[in-house]
Ligand binder design. Sequence first.
Ligand SMILES: [Fe+2]
Length: 240
Amino acid sequence: MTDLKSKAREVYDRGFCVIDSIWSPADRDLAERAMADCWEKRGRPSLAGFGLSIHPLLEFLPEMTPLFDKPVLLDALAMVLRDEPFLAHTGARLSNEESADAIGWHEHYAWDKSRLPGREKIERVLFACYTRGSSPEVGSLVVYPRRYDEPMQVAPAGLHDHWPGQIAVAAPPGSCVIFDTALWHTAHRGTKPGFRYLWGTHIQGKSNPMPHPEDNTSKRPEIEEFTAKSPRLRSFIRDR
Ligand SMILES: [Fe+2]
């Protein structure tokens, strides 16, 4: 069984953790089909450059709602945030061998960065699902580790520069990467041709009312149907 306490500790000590076996092969298949269908319906646009962005993910693909109903994932998010988790943003990126070799260093901490040193807890995290994992072949999530209470680091001048100390995250298919919004990260194209499916979220603690420029929600009625049988999922998606 996954030791969620030590996983949460990793997010505080180095900015991220990987939790294995959250999604089954059937779950991964559901996500890939939904994203590939969306690409088809939009007329198979070129994936050169950034690739296809699907935001808010649940507005376009509400059939992915059941993928959030994972107790281990919800427990892990609660442990990292030391709060009840709320789904504040959903999005996805579909890319392939034609896409840029890297998306460039960035972070998602949109609030006053002088809050970071000495903060008591992490207020908002992302989680990312790479349906085929994060690896050099499929494409890697690359991060620059940080402690939760460090001042914001200064990234390399070139968005695509190698940053000594950077880590290419190794994550198997079906795993989840949870990371602090203050973590600098980029993503590299894989060495193997083919689609790279990423879907992910921002999760905020319910006791933190601060708005964030990337907040997005969906009112699609299908979401209510999927959450009707799971009060915990409903609370995660709807009750801020
Ligand atoms: Fe990002």
